[in-house]
Design a protein around this ligand. Structure first.
Ligand code: ZN
Length: 62
């Protein structure tokens, strides 16, 4: 029974992803962070251009 509920829960989350309602999280690249530190404040431009948006549920790039 509990396994069934768990599957239903996952199905609901995947349905949200399938309809384009992803749970997006930003991840900064290592290069961007290093640039931001070394070339502060101009490196911040580098940091924000090296950002990767990914869905935490399905892992798809957004
Ligand atoms: Zn997703």
């Amino acid at each position: 029974m509990s396994a069934n509920v768990g599957k239903q829960y996952q199905d609901n989350l995947m349905a949200m992803c399938a309809s384009g309602n992803h749970d997006v999280s930003k991840k900064y690249g290592v290069c961007g962070i290093i640039c931001a530190v070394l070339l502060f404040p101009c490196g911040l431009i580098c940091l924000f251009s090296d950002v990767e948006k990914r869905c935490v549920r399905c892992g798809a790039k957004v």
